[in-house]
Design a protein around this ligand. Structure first.
Ligand code: ATP
Length: 247
Protein backbone atom coordinates (compact mmCIF):
# COMPACT_ATOMS: atom_id res chain seq x y z
CA UNK A 1 0.00 0.00 0.00
CA UNK A 2 1.35 3.45 -0.91
CA UNK A 3 1.58 5.79 2.03
CA UNK A 4 -0.43 9.01 1.93
CA UNK A 5 0.82 10.32 5.27
CA UNK A 6 4.30 9.57 6.51
CA UNK A 7 5.28 10.60 10.03
CA UNK A 8 8.94 10.04 10.74
CA UNK A 9 11.00 10.60 13.89
CA UNK A 10 8.69 13.31 15.20
CA UNK A 11 9.24 14.72 18.69
CA UNK A 12 7.50 17.54 20.58
CA UNK A 13 8.43 18.89 23.98
CA UNK A 14 6.12 21.09 26.06
CA UNK A 15 7.95 22.83 28.91
CA UNK A 16 10.54 20.08 29.13
CA UNK A 17 7.93 17.28 28.84
CA UNK A 18 8.26 15.10 25.76
CA UNK A 19 4.66 14.60 24.62
CA UNK A 20 5.66 13.02 21.28
CA UNK A 21 8.80 10.94 21.33
CA UNK A 22 10.40 9.93 18.05
CA UNK A 23 7.02 8.99 16.58
CA UNK A 24 7.01 7.21 13.23
CA UNK A 25 4.18 5.62 11.30
CA UNK A 26 2.35 5.90 8.02
CA UNK A 27 -1.21 5.84 6.71
CA UNK A 28 -2.21 4.44 3.33
CA UNK A 29 -4.17 6.39 0.73
CA UNK A 30 -7.37 4.37 1.17
CA UNK A 31 -7.11 3.22 4.71
CA UNK A 32 -9.19 3.26 7.86
CA UNK A 33 -6.94 3.43 10.93
CA UNK A 34 -7.85 3.60 14.59
CA UNK A 35 -5.49 5.25 17.07
CA UNK A 36 -5.92 4.26 20.67
CA UNK A 37 -3.90 4.75 23.83
CA UNK A 38 -4.16 5.94 27.42
CA UNK A 39 -4.83 9.56 28.40
CA UNK A 40 -1.83 11.71 27.62
CA UNK A 41 -0.41 9.22 25.09
CA UNK A 42 -0.12 11.98 22.49
CA UNK A 43 -3.13 11.27 20.25
CA UNK A 44 -4.40 14.85 20.18
CA UNK A 45 -0.88 16.22 19.83
CA UNK A 46 -0.35 13.93 16.83
CA UNK A 47 -3.45 15.40 15.15
CA UNK A 48 -2.32 18.92 16.08
CA UNK A 49 1.01 18.28 14.34
CA UNK A 50 -0.53 16.88 11.16
CA UNK A 51 -2.94 19.83 10.92
CA UNK A 52 -0.25 22.43 11.62
CA UNK A 53 -1.52 23.58 15.02
CA UNK A 54 1.60 22.35 16.82
CA UNK A 55 5.09 22.41 15.32
CA UNK A 56 7.39 19.54 16.27
CA UNK A 57 10.97 20.04 17.45
CA UNK A 58 12.23 17.22 15.24
CA UNK A 59 11.14 14.84 12.49
CA UNK A 60 9.27 15.00 9.20
CA UNK A 61 5.61 14.75 8.19
CA UNK A 62 5.01 14.27 4.48
CA UNK A 63 1.78 13.99 2.52
CA UNK A 64 0.79 12.75 -0.92
CA UNK A 65 2.63 11.32 -3.91
CA UNK A 66 4.92 14.33 -4.08
CA UNK A 67 5.78 14.03 -0.38
CA UNK A 68 4.82 17.59 0.48
CA UNK A 69 6.23 18.57 3.88
CA UNK A 70 3.24 19.52 6.03
CA UNK A 71 5.60 21.11 8.54
CA UNK A 72 6.34 23.98 6.17
CA UNK A 73 2.64 24.75 5.54
CA UNK A 74 0.17 26.88 7.50
CA UNK A 75 -3.00 25.34 8.96
CA UNK A 76 -5.03 26.78 6.07
CA UNK A 77 -2.59 25.43 3.48
CA UNK A 78 -2.68 21.98 5.09
CA UNK A 79 -6.48 22.01 4.85
CA UNK A 80 -6.17 23.05 1.20
CA UNK A 81 -3.80 20.22 0.27
CA UNK A 82 -6.40 17.79 1.55
CA UNK A 83 -6.25 17.22 5.31
CA UNK A 84 -9.57 17.57 7.14
CA UNK A 85 -10.15 17.36 10.88
CA UNK A 86 -13.32 16.55 12.76
CA UNK A 87 -13.23 17.69 16.37
CA UNK A 88 -15.17 15.88 19.05
CA UNK A 89 -17.92 18.49 19.41
CA UNK A 90 -19.97 19.19 16.32
CA UNK A 91 -19.61 22.73 14.99
CA UNK A 92 -22.46 23.28 12.57
CA UNK A 93 -24.47 26.46 11.99
CA UNK A 94 -27.54 25.67 14.09
CA UNK A 95 -29.79 28.37 12.57
CA UNK A 96 -29.09 27.23 9.03
CA UNK A 97 -30.64 24.23 7.34
CA UNK A 98 -28.72 21.06 6.56
CA UNK A 99 -28.68 22.10 2.88
CA UNK A 100 -27.39 25.58 3.74
CA UNK A 101 -24.64 24.17 5.96
CA UNK A 102 -23.47 21.86 3.18
CA UNK A 103 -23.73 24.65 0.59
CA UNK A 104 -21.59 26.94 2.76
CA UNK A 105 -18.99 24.21 3.14
CA UNK A 106 -18.85 23.84 -0.65
CA UNK A 107 -18.52 27.60 -1.06
CA UNK A 108 -15.81 27.87 1.58
CA UNK A 109 -13.76 25.38 -0.38
CA UNK A 110 -13.72 27.59 -3.46
CA UNK A 111 -11.16 30.21 -4.29
CA UNK A 112 -12.12 33.62 -2.80
CA UNK A 113 -12.76 35.32 -6.16
CA UNK A 114 -15.19 32.57 -7.10
CA UNK A 115 -17.09 32.92 -3.83
CA UNK A 116 -17.60 36.63 -4.59
CA UNK A 117 -19.46 35.83 -7.79
CA UNK A 118 -20.96 32.65 -6.53
CA UNK A 119 -24.48 31.66 -7.46
CA UNK A 120 -26.00 28.38 -6.54
CA UNK A 121 -26.22 26.34 -9.71
CA UNK A 122 -27.73 22.95 -10.47
CA UNK A 123 -24.34 21.33 -9.94
CA UNK A 124 -24.10 22.70 -6.41
CA UNK A 125 -27.55 21.46 -5.54
CA UNK A 126 -26.69 18.05 -6.93
CA UNK A 127 -23.45 18.03 -4.95
CA UNK A 128 -25.27 19.01 -1.74
CA UNK A 129 -27.77 16.20 -2.28
CA UNK A 130 -24.98 13.76 -2.97
CA UNK A 131 -23.15 14.77 0.24
CA UNK A 132 -26.37 14.49 2.28
CA UNK A 133 -26.98 11.07 0.79
CA UNK A 134 -23.44 10.00 1.62
CA UNK A 135 -23.76 10.89 5.31
CA UNK A 136 -27.37 9.66 5.63
CA UNK A 137 -29.10 13.05 5.86
CA UNK A 138 -30.88 13.10 2.49
CA UNK A 139 -34.27 13.23 4.23
CA UNK A 140 -33.21 16.12 6.44
CA UNK A 141 -31.98 18.73 3.93
CA UNK A 142 -34.67 21.36 4.78
CA UNK A 143 -34.31 20.97 8.56
CA UNK A 144 -32.46 23.46 10.74
CA UNK A 145 -29.20 21.93 11.95
CA UNK A 146 -30.13 22.92 15.51
CA UNK A 147 -33.06 20.47 15.39
CA UNK A 148 -30.88 17.49 14.55
CA UNK A 149 -29.86 14.84 17.07
CA UNK A 150 -26.27 14.81 18.32
CA UNK A 151 -25.39 12.00 15.93
CA UNK A 152 -27.00 13.73 12.96
CA UNK A 153 -25.05 16.91 13.72
CA UNK A 154 -21.85 14.88 13.70
CA UNK A 155 -22.75 13.39 10.31
CA UNK A 156 -23.59 16.86 8.98
CA UNK A 157 -20.18 18.09 10.02
CA UNK A 158 -18.58 15.08 8.35
CA UNK A 159 -20.55 15.98 5.21
CA UNK A 160 -19.24 19.54 5.46
CA UNK A 161 -15.70 18.22 5.69
CA UNK A 162 -16.30 15.92 2.72
CA UNK A 163 -17.44 18.99 0.74
CA UNK A 164 -13.83 20.13 0.90
CA UNK A 165 -12.65 16.93 -0.75
CA UNK A 166 -10.09 15.79 1.83
CA UNK A 167 -7.72 12.93 1.05
CA UNK A 168 -7.09 12.42 4.75
CA UNK A 169 -9.72 12.90 7.42
CA UNK A 170 -8.76 12.92 11.11
CA UNK A 171 -11.73 12.16 13.34
CA UNK A 172 -11.65 12.64 17.11
CA UNK A 173 -13.83 10.27 19.19
CA UNK A 174 -16.77 10.07 16.78
CA UNK A 175 -18.76 7.66 18.93
CA UNK A 176 -18.81 9.85 22.06
CA UNK A 177 -22.35 10.63 23.21
CA UNK A 178 -24.02 8.61 20.46
CA UNK A 179 -26.84 6.12 20.77
CA UNK A 180 -26.22 2.54 19.65
CA UNK A 181 -28.05 3.10 16.35
CA UNK A 182 -26.04 6.27 15.74
CA UNK A 183 -22.81 4.41 16.43
CA UNK A 184 -23.74 1.76 13.91
CA UNK A 185 -24.46 4.37 11.27
CA UNK A 186 -21.19 6.16 12.11
CA UNK A 187 -19.23 2.91 11.77
CA UNK A 188 -20.72 2.27 8.34
CA UNK A 189 -20.04 5.87 7.31
CA UNK A 190 -16.38 5.77 8.36
CA UNK A 191 -15.83 2.41 6.64
CA UNK A 192 -17.45 3.71 3.45
CA UNK A 193 -15.48 6.98 3.50
CA UNK A 194 -12.21 5.11 3.85
CA UNK A 195 -12.82 3.34 0.53
CA UNK A 196 -11.91 6.53 -1.33
CA UNK A 197 -9.67 8.37 1.16
CA UNK A 198 -7.68 7.86 4.33
CA UNK A 199 -9.61 8.09 7.59
CA UNK A 200 -7.86 8.15 10.96
CA UNK A 201 -10.09 7.70 13.99
CA UNK A 202 -8.92 8.49 17.52
CA UNK A 203 -11.19 6.57 19.84
CA UNK A 204 -11.32 5.30 23.44
CA UNK A 205 -14.37 3.11 22.98
CA UNK A 206 -12.95 -0.35 22.29
CA UNK A 207 -16.28 -1.78 21.18
CA UNK A 208 -16.49 0.93 18.55
CA UNK A 209 -12.91 0.23 17.45
CA UNK A 210 -13.79 -3.47 17.16
CA UNK A 211 -16.64 -2.62 14.81
CA UNK A 212 -14.37 -0.53 12.60
CA UNK A 213 -12.48 -3.75 11.91
CA UNK A 214 -9.31 -1.97 10.82
CA UNK A 215 -5.63 -1.72 11.64
CA UNK A 216 -5.00 -0.20 15.06
CA UNK A 217 -2.06 1.89 16.25
CA UNK A 218 -1.54 2.01 20.01
CA UNK A 219 0.24 5.13 21.25
CA UNK A 220 1.94 5.34 24.61
CA UNK A 221 4.18 8.14 25.90
CA UNK A 222 4.25 9.74 22.47
CA UNK A 223 5.41 6.70 20.49
CA UNK A 224 3.93 3.62 18.83
CA UNK A 225 3.64 0.83 21.38
CA UNK A 226 1.94 -1.71 19.12
CA UNK A 227 0.31 -1.90 15.71
CA UNK A 228 -1.86 -4.42 13.88
CA UNK A 229 -5.34 -5.88 14.14
CA UNK A 230 -7.29 -5.17 17.32
CA UNK A 231 -6.98 -8.84 18.18
CA UNK A 232 -3.21 -8.64 17.78
CA UNK A 233 -2.68 -5.46 19.84
CA UNK A 234 -5.03 -6.46 22.64
CA UNK A 235 -2.92 -9.57 23.22
CA UNK A 236 0.23 -7.48 23.61
CA UNK A 237 1.34 -7.61 27.24
CA UNK A 238 2.56 -4.00 27.30
CA UNK A 239 -0.72 -2.77 25.81
CA UNK A 240 -2.60 -4.68 28.50
CA UNK A 241 -0.43 -3.14 31.21
CA UNK A 242 -0.53 0.49 30.12
CA UNK A 243 -4.00 0.70 28.63
CA UNK A 244 -6.42 -2.19 28.76
CA UNK A 245 -5.66 -3.37 32.26
CA UNK A 246 -6.66 -0.02 33.73
CA UNK A 247 -10.36 -0.30 33.08
N1 ATP B 1 0.00 22.77 24.85
C1 ATP B 1 0.48 21.95 25.77
N2 ATP B 1 1.27 22.38 26.77
C2 ATP B 1 1.78 21.53 27.68
N3 ATP B 1 1.54 20.21 27.70
C3 ATP B 1 0.75 19.72 26.74
C4 ATP B 1 0.18 20.55 25.72
N4 ATP B 1 -0.56 19.75 24.90
C5 ATP B 1 -0.46 18.50 25.39
N5 ATP B 1 0.33 18.47 26.47
C6 ATP B 1 0.69 17.28 27.24
O1 ATP B 1 1.18 16.33 26.31
C7 ATP B 1 0.74 15.02 26.65
C8 ATP B 1 0.00 14.40 25.48
O2 ATP B 1 -1.28 15.01 25.40
P1 ATP B 1 -2.40 14.63 24.34
O3 ATP B 1 -3.54 15.56 24.59
O4 ATP B 1 -1.81 14.61 22.99
O5 ATP B 1 -2.79 13.16 24.78
P2 ATP B 1 -4.04 12.28 24.32
O6 ATP B 1 -3.50 10.95 23.96
O7 ATP B 1 -4.80 13.00 23.28
O8 ATP B 1 -4.88 12.17 25.65
P3 ATP B 1 -6.48 12.05 25.85
O9 ATP B 1 -6.83 10.64 25.52
O10 ATP B 1 -6.65 12.36 27.30
O11 ATP B 1 -7.12 13.07 24.95
C9 ATP B 1 -0.09 15.15 27.91
O12 ATP B 1 0.71 14.84 29.03
C10 ATP B 1 -0.49 16.62 27.92
O13 ATP B 1 -0.68 17.09 29.24
Amino acid sequence: MTALLEVSGVSVTFDGFRAINNLSFSIGAQELRAIIGPNGAGKTTFMDIVTGKTRPDAGTVTFGERSISLLSLSEAEIARVGVGRKFQRPTVFEDQTVAENLTMALKAHRAPWRVLFWNEGPNDRAKVEELAQEVGLAEHLPRKAGELSHGQKQWLEIGMLLAQGPRLLLVDEPAAGMTLAEREHTTALLVEMAKTRAVVVVEHDMEFVRRLNCKVTVLHEGAVLAEGSLEHVTKNQQVIEVYLGRG
